[in-house]
Design a protein around this ligand. Structure first.
Ligand SMILES: CC(C)(COP(=O)(O)OP(=O)(O)OC[C@H]1O[C@@H](n2cnc3c(N)ncnc32)[C@H](O)[C@@H]1OP(=O)(O)O)[C@@H](O)C(=O)NCCC(=O)NCCS
Length: 149
């Protein structure tokens, strides 16, 4: 059964630090992404999200939304702590990210998906396009979907 995981915008220093801790645990420690890529220069302008465990209020996952030119939202750094995976946290984060992008007046969502995770984003209506490319030693593909107003 899927558990509803609350998601909120990470506005306080504590929430921002929790989001970064999750990114380091998932991308640097687990996936061996170079630590100098966490954080990066887009963090200052991104809207950061955290998902919470409904029982303990502990952070379970994170994502960020960046407003690009031409009404485009770039969603990225989608990460769920290993022990919380497969319970709907990722879907909750992505739906909230799309809601945020809509609220920001953006009309198109893009992301760079790790190729092994493409089926996860397809469940949310994203479509892969273009070639496979390397980012931080991991194969990725660009995916897009519209955001209805
Ligand atoms: C990818 C990730 C965010 C998914 O989060 P999650 O909380 O485990 O996902 P959910 O439980 O919400 O899964 C939703 C659905 O997607 C599917 N899914 C999730 N990850 C998948 C994967 N890697 N491959 C195929 N399907 C996947 C689930 O089976 C589920 O399907 P269902 O609704 O039919 O049961 C999480 O696995 C993660 O943090 N991975 C490591 C970091 C990473 O790779 N981030 C993506 C960078 S592009």
């Amino acid at each position: 059964m899927t558990t509803p995981f609350p998601v909120r915008v990470a506005e306080t220093p504590e929430d921002r630090a929790a989001a970064m801790r999750i990114r380091v645990a998932v991308f640097v420690d687990e996936q061996a992404v170079p630590p100098e890529l966490e954080p990066d220069e887009y963090d200052a302008v991104a809207r950061h999200l955290i998902a919470l465990d409904p029982a303990t209020s502990l952070p379970t996952g994170t994502a960020r939304v960046i407003a690009k030119e031409m009404g485009v939202a770039k969603i990225g750094r989608v990460a769920v702590l290993r022990e919380y995976r497969g319970r709907g946290v990722g879907l909750a984060l992505m739906r909230f990210a799309l809601d945020q992008a809509r609220e920001m007046g953006l009309t198109q969502a893009i992301l760079d998906a790790q190729v092994t995770v493409i089926p996860f984003y397809e469940k949310l209506g994203f479509v892969a396009e273009g070639p496979v490319f390397d980012d931080a030693g991991i194969d990725h593909r660009r995916m897009t979907r519209g955001i209805a107003p």
